[in-house]
Design a protein around this ligand. Structure first.
Ligand code: ASP
Ligand code: MG
Length: 423
């Protein structure tokens, strides 16, 4: 017998028929002897519908009292789906109870629409579990110190589930979703992409941040911090499939790097076309330059990713970095008006038609020549590399956006990711 947390995404909760299926699946797990906690998302489309209603009444506004109401509003989506799931479980003959975040309590800070969980009180939930009940806890929300309802940001139910699992020291947190696991890359780009049986938490973090949208990134950070074993699996299998088979399906995000890990050096290819490149040419090479440029950018709340400063020649250097494409125009404008005149730099250029492609794998730590293999593969395809950045377990290149799919396919092949490795 183990304490298990299940999380169901919006699609899995999308209709009463699907909610009944979720209830049947959860009942199966409970009848197998597990203590069950379930964290559902709102029914698919519901959060958008609610926020859309608010927009009809008032344009988006930065003010806190408006954001408070957005959270009070959006949080109802999960309250409805949670209560519906409890009703469905009861009709399956199970004892079940649903709680909103504030009833648990899931305590957060007061940052409406992007609140962070601070603590979870497990007393009430444990008492119900000990009494043999299935406990359903709303995803996506909590309550701040003053009793205001808060939400965790879009996709936040993943984080709720992981946080609940951490607080209850659950044996495993199973994230049921509309994909059946984490793949070597996006199967829409590379049809031969393969589902990974296991992936390390660090690799998952790199892949999640690169836009493989399987899990909200914060949930992966949380899982890493509290060592919550996480599994991503399909909610579209028949609810009555064999439970042992189900428990091994999908992708396990694991912390035991050695024995359990597949032996591949590179585990996946991630890519991201949301970036844009900015270069400032002829910057005087004196102390404080990087700070003057990037400090101004940071102050405008613009996140910077890859950064390159060249070797200087005649006391001048070139400075390039990437930002989110949505911030591109604003960053250029800011640099032109506020930074360049002060720097005495000669020129600013930019390119919004770039993308970033990365190879990710913990095996890269202990193997040399992996980056070189990546560069050779790209050169054989005639793809020019504009920027390079590396971390212990990742090498990223910035290239022309029009070569993105070609690069991903070629790299997937070069690293033989379509071949199953010993699991
Ligand atoms: N319902 C929320 C959303 O649509 C949270 C979630 O589903 O994770 O973003
Ligand atoms: Mg989601």
């Amino acid at each position: 017998m183990a304490l298990i947390v299940h999380k169901y995404g919006g699609t899995s909760m999308g209709s009463t028929e699907r909610i009944r299926n979720v209830a049947k699946r959860v009942a199966k797990w409970a009848r197998a002897g597990h203590q069950m906690v379930v964290v559902p998302s709102a029914m698919s489309g519901e959060t958008n519908r609610l926020l859309g209603l608010a927009k009809e009444l008032a344009p988006a506004s930065a003010n806190d009292s408006y954001h408070r109401e957005l959270d009070a509003l959006a949080a109802t989506g999960e309250q409805a789906s949670s209560a519906l799931l409890a009703i469905a479980l009861q009709s399956e003959g199970m004892e079940a109870v649903s709680y909103a975040g504030w009833q648990v309590t899931i305590k957060t800070n007061s940052a409406y629409t992007k609140a962070r969980i601070e603590s979870i009180d497990d007393k009430r939930v444990r008492a119900d579990l000990d009494a043999g009940k299935v406990v359903i806890i709303t995803g996506f929300q909590g309550v701040d110190g003053e009793g205001h309802v808060t939400t965790l940001g879009r996709g936040g139910s993943d984080t709720s589930a992981v946080a609940v699992a951490a607080a209850l020291k659950a044996h495993e947190c199973l994230i049921y979703t509309d994909v059946d696991g984490v793949y070597t890359t996006d199967p829409r780009v590379v049809p031969e992409a393969r589902r990974l049986h296991t992936v390390s938490f660090e690799e998952m973090l790199e892949m999640a941040s690169m836009g493989s949208k399987v899990l909200q990134i914060r949930s992966v950070e949380f899982a890493g911090k509290y060592k919550v074993p996480l599994r991503v699996l399909s909610s579209f299998t028949p609810w009555d499939i064999n439970i042992d088979e189900e428990a091994k399906s999908g992708t396990l995000i694991s912390f035991e790097e050695d024995e359990q890990m597949e032996q591949a050096i590179v585990s996946g290819i991630a890519f991201n076309r949301d970036e844009a490149k900015i270069s400032i040419l002829g910057v005087p090479d004196t102390p404080g330059i990087a700070y003057q440029i990037l400090g101004a950018v940071a102050e405008a709340n613009i996140e910077v990713d890859v950064i390159i400063q060249n070797v200087s020649k005649d006391g001048k250097t070139d400075f390039s970095f990437t930002v989110h494409r949505n911030d591109y125009a604003r960053a250029i404008e800011l640099l032109k008006t506020a930074v360049l005149p002060k720097l005495g730099a000669q020129e600013i250029t930019g390119d919004a038609k770039i993308c970033k492609v990365s190879i990710v794998g913990i095996g890269m730590r202990s193997h040399v020549g992996i980056a070189a293999k990546m560069f050779r593969c790209l050169s054989e395809e005639g793809i020019n590399i504009q920027m390079i950045s590396t971390s212990e377990i990742k090498t990223s290149v910035v290239i022309d956006e029009k070569y993105m799919e070609l690069a991903v396919r070629a790299l997937h092949k070069a690293f033989e990711l379509e071949q199953p490795t010993a699991a």
